[in-house]
Ligand binder design. Structure first.
Ligand code: SAM
Length: 278
């Protein structure tokens, strides 16, 4: 089916878009092809979050080995079943990607093989989905995600800014990032008010030399009360004042530093020093 035919099918069925589910469907064929090419999924397993009417799924199925796609809106399921009926390499799951057991679903369908994530993400689940994917020890190869420009700036924020966050640090710990596309509102139906950006996060083969779960816990604790100093947040994390002062000095950081000033290397260094004194 062509993208035009898919959208005609939607309107014939009287489908009404739900704004709160972030239903802006990507209908620009060139953008769809650019995303799938940039995602580098040829003959690989793909988990898609938010199938919509299947415009992106359709292109993914032609390129990938297997596609597991999740959609929360039950009104889209019959449309998706029609659109995806020519393909034998796709499994459609109805449900909330934030509630489903992604580990079990992907292990079953991909038979334990690694997989890539490709998703045109609704704004309201961008942060929780990325946190879930990073935190769930899945065998990820890459995550190619379409984000509203503002969300893209947040997840790629640099140290020193207000938008810098534990998620931005965690993404740097696990991935390298590359922008694949900027999509203007006219690429979508209905048109959103803002531009979107597609970023491919490739999982690093070699991670920084500290254990991930403990590292993420420290980063979250360091940001817990943003207006407080790192020293104060480290007291909440369970260090004595003496230990907290010691590790901050050992990292060459000023005593009054705040978490938002620390780079990935600073956080890795801080955690190494904490592991040494504990
Ligand atoms: N992939 C399609 C495309 O590119 O045209 C649709 C993208 S649209 C921006 C996001 C889709 O995610 C919508 O179809 C929406 O219903 C679905 N969605 C929203 N929240 C979801 C959730 N928690 N779990 C699964 N799907 C969700």
């Amino acid at each position: 089916m062509t993208t035009g035919e898919i959208m005609t099918l939607l309107s014939v069925r009287g489908f009404r878009f739900t704004h709160s589910l972030g239903q802006n469907f990507l209908v620009d064929d060139e953008a769809l092809e650019t995303i799938v090419r940039g995602a580098d999924v040829e003959n690989k397993n793909v988990l898609e979050i938010g199938a919509g009417a299947g415009c992106l799924t359709n292109v993914l199925c032609r390129e990938a080995k297997r596609v597991l796609t999740i959609e929360i809106d039950d009104k889209l399921i019959p449309v998706l079943e029609t659109v995806l009926s020519p393909y034998k390499n796709v499994k459609l799951v109805e449900g909330d990607a934030l509630q489903l057991d992604l580990k079990r679903l992907t292990e079953d369908y991909f038979e334990g093989e690694p997989f890539c994530v490709v998703a045109n993400l609704p704004y309201y689940i961008t942060t929780p989905i990325l946190e879930t994917l990073l935190g769930s020890h899945l065998p990820l190869q890459s995550m190619t995600v379409m984000l509203q420009k503002e969300a893209a700036q947040r997840v790629q924020a640099q140290p020193g800014g207000k938008e810098y966050s534990p998620l931005a640090v965690h993404l740097r710990y696990r991935c390298t990032a590359e922008k694949i596309l900027t999509a203007t509102p006219d690429c979508f139906q209905p048109q959103p008010h803002v531009e979107s950006v597609v970023i491919r996060f490739a999982m690093k083969e070699e991670l920084p030399p500290v254990p991930e779960d403990g590292f993420v816990k420290l980063v979250k604790a360091s940001f817990l009360m943003r207006r407080k100093t790192l020293l104060n947040n480290l007291l909440g994390y369970g260090l004595s004042r003496e230990m907290a002062e010691h590790v901050i000095t050992a990292c060459g950081l000023p005593a009054t530093v705040r978490a938002e000033a620390l780079s990935l290397d600073d956080f890795v260094n801080l955690y190494q020093n904490i592991l040494d004194v504990r």
